[in-house]
Design a protein around this ligand. Structure first.
Ligand code: HEM
Length: 404
């Protein structure tokens, strides 16, 4: 029999509590060992793997990212309209239709096509720093890494990279917590990118190329296709969902591996372990640690009755270390097998569309990095992003033996 949530004596978690900030994974893991749910200022946190998966798969729970803008009292209609059309936020039949169409373009072939570019990009970022013997991994490598890949994915020529870099910087602020201040810059970048993509879409309609944009234009399901407006919105969704996530996860992976030098050496010797290393970093310390859902009706979850309108927060950070699901969950081990089932890419209908692409970006980069910087070590204080939203270091000083 489920108990009304208000009658439960649940622990409370505050993401800004200094004890939590000091070691969030440990804090949330310990909480998950004694409770299935916790309260937070934003909503109810779901702590165990099976409950998180149930929440992500429940169609009565809708995407809650919009709450971020409600909490910040954003009323700008252009901003809200764009967000309301994104694959990330729509629900029900509308989501099923759009997802079916875009999935036709996000194929293993589309990912594999980009692998050589991924290797070239990481090599080109390493070339200027290897003779120096030290670098800030974030500024020099991980921050710029995803931009040429998103650019190529969307079919833009390399000479337009700087524009994409600029747009990404401003458009990514739309996931932040300073929306009121950032709105003019966000809207200006969105408008510029829309205009650019509109022209590029027209060009690709006339002259298709082997890129995702041409595949999205061609994607067809029972006579249905993406409209011009849907293609334009999709380009920004890809930019938004696929840039900051990947760059932060790569920096986290390198930070973790620098603390496990024996595993870094193993990766250098056996580059085929790179995919496992990427997945273990995603599991052990994900750049996305939770997501948001809103209950559209009263629901039962983790033996509690939760009223409609409640914000529900499946915690990937807790679920990915759930001992009921993972063997020795507190051990970081790039040779784990059969444990790709972490929740860092989410689950259910909103499961990350770019998961294969992200895995490829991470593993291609890690294989090159371990080969070229086999004695990489941390070289000073690491600083981190604020404890909510996408996580990762803002500065990650590294040193290694200089090579010409
Ligand atoms: C390490 C990198 C990445 C991580 C950790 C990540 C994580 C996630 C998560 C957790 C979700 C689901 C959010 C939710 O259910 O509320 C998601 C959705 C999504 N991701 Fe990723 N992502 C990554 C990279 C990418 C890349 C590279 C792309 C595309 C180029 C991408 C495109 C998307 C899209 C379009 C969605 C929305 C899917 C939908 O709502 O149907 N992601 N991602």
């Amino acid at each position: 029999m489920a108990t009304p949530i208000d009658a439960l004596d649940l622990p409370t978690l505050d993401a800004f509590d200094p004890a939590f900030v000091a070691d969030p994974f440990r804090a949330i893991h310990e909480l998950s060992l004694r409770s299935r749910l916790a309260r937070s200022p934003f909503g109810v946190i779901v702590l165990r793997y099976e409950d998180c998966q149930a929440a992500l798969r429940d169609p009565r729970l809708h995407q809650g990212i919009q709450r971020l803008q409600d909490l910040q009292q954003i009323t700008d209609e252009r901003f809200l309209a764009r967000r309301g059309q994104s694959l990330l936020t729509i629900e029900g039949d509308e989501h099923t239709r759009l997802r079916k169409l875009v999935s036709k373009a996000f194929t293993p072939r589309a990912t594999d096509r980009l692998r050589p570019l991924m290797r070239r990009t990481i090599d080109a970022l390493l070339d200027p720093v290897t003779p120096l013997g030290r670098a800030d991994f974030v500024a020099d490598i991980s921050a710029p890494y995803p931009i040429p890949i998103v650019c190529a994915l969307l079919g833009a020529p390399p000479e337009d990279l700087d524009r994409f870099d600029r747009w990404a910087e401003d458009i990514l602020k739309s996931l932040g917590f300073n929306l009121r201040n950032d709105l003019p810059a966000i809207l200006a970048a969105q408008d510029e990118m829309d205009l650019y993509m509109e022209a590029l879409i027209e060009q690709r309609r006339r002259d298709p190329q082997p890129d995702l944009l041409s595949d999205l234009i061609a994607a067809e399901e029972a006579g249905d296709r993406l409209t011009h407006a849907e293609l334009v919105v999709m380009a920004q969704t890809i930019m938004l969902a696929g840039t900051d996530t990947t760059r932060n996860q790569l920096a986290i992976a390198v930070w973790l591996l620098a603390q496990h030098p024996e595993q870094w050496a193993l990766l250098a010797a056996r580059p085929e372990l790179a995919a496992g290393a990427a997945d273990e970093a995603l599991r052990f310390n994900g750049a996305i640690r939770s997501t948001l859902r809103i209950a559209t009706t009263d629901i039962e979850l983790a033996d509690a009755t939760i009223p409609a309108g409640t914000m529900i927060i499946p915690s990937f950070a807790a679920a990915n270390r759930d001992p009921r699901h993972f063997i020795e969950p507190l051990r970081f081990d790039i040779t784990r097998t059969g444990e790709r089932s972490h929740l860092t890419f989410g689950g259910g209908t909103h499961y990350c569309l770019g998961a294969n692409l992200a895995r490829a970006e991470l593993s291609e980069a890690l294989a090159v990095l371990a080969r070229r910087l086999p004695d990489l070590a941390l070289d000073g204080d690491v600083t981190w992003r604020p404890p909510i939203g996408i996580q990762g270091p803002t500065s990650l000083p590294i040193r290694f033996t200089a090579t010409p």
